[in-house]
Design a protein around this ligand. Sequence first.
Ligand code: HEC
Length: 150
Amino acid sequence: MRRATALLFALIAAVAMQSFHASPAVAQDPAGGDRLAPDKIAPLMRRKLDRAKNILEGLTLEQFDKIASNARSLRLLSMEAGWNVVQTEEYRKQSDDFRRACTSIEKAADAKDIHRAALAYVSLTVRCVDCHSYMRENKIKLATLDLRNH
Ligand code: HEC
């Protein structure tokens, strides 16, 4: 478990760095569609961090209800209108993977399996980092095409 814990902290640090570097600017969706104003998107995105921190708290204190409810809340958050800031196949795939990781956490918490829940949390964290990397690359592309909001 010690190695898993070290891995967990490394990943959390990676996420912290990611969000530190994340710009609040949101790329314009070339396909159009329903979207929130960028000032509404940042708070929505930021809520992910609160939920993820709550899951970690639940994991460390073995509070399965806290783990399950926050994983559920994260999954539901990913279905809100402001989530789909870009409508690409890759973003959809990243979002699906993210929801799957949330579901794994929920299931592990329901089964009161703390180790499985911790591993699923690591996989969720990887999803955070992966999608943010994708966004950064994508933003460069969109910026080049001058499709950014501002
Ligand atoms: C499917 C894609 C995707 C996944 C998965 C994802 N994010 Fe994000 N995240 C975004 C986008 C898009 C933004 C807004 C654009 C930006 O800031 O680069 C964002 C922005 C953020 C921000 C910055 C909000 C602000 O104040 O500007 C935080 C914090 C954040 N995400 C946390 C997380 C955490 C924690 C996870 C995992 C539990 C996660 N994200 C998973 C797409 C994702």
